[in-house]
Design a protein around this ligand. Sequence first.
Ligand SMILES: [Zn+2]
Length: 157
Amino acid sequence: MSETEILRLLECVHDPEIPALSIEDLGVLRSARVTDNAVEVVITPTYSGCPAMDVIEADIVECLNSNGFRDVLVTTRLAPAWTTEWLTEKGREILKKSGIAPPSRCGNADFSVNKIIECPMCDSKSVELLSQFGTTACKALYRCQKCLEPFDYFKCH
Ligand SMILES: [Zn+2]
């Protein structure tokens, strides 16, 4: 089985925090390699210590086991670090449909750029920060000043 086929199988593994998003959409799934009877899958966590990664790792093993691979090795690669740039276009759309504002394009390491955050409900740019921490540490809680709906913003990092 080729790497492409393994990666296709892994489309069934989703982010436990945003179940609509597959780990591929998220950019967490880096590569897969078949060696003899084993498969090695490389993932990069969205941030170090993200509790969702244990669940993702277990789901990868389960997914590949159920497809006949007994030996599954999941390697966590921390460098280069995951950035929100790795989110795919499809991933950004899914986030928005789930009511979560996708991260603004942060550019390289320049965090001083003005972040443009849009309300995922009405696309208004008049939003206010309610809390640096939303439902999970990866998100911040905002409220739209136009439709007054609170929403999660997927933090840029
Ligand atoms: Zn709004």
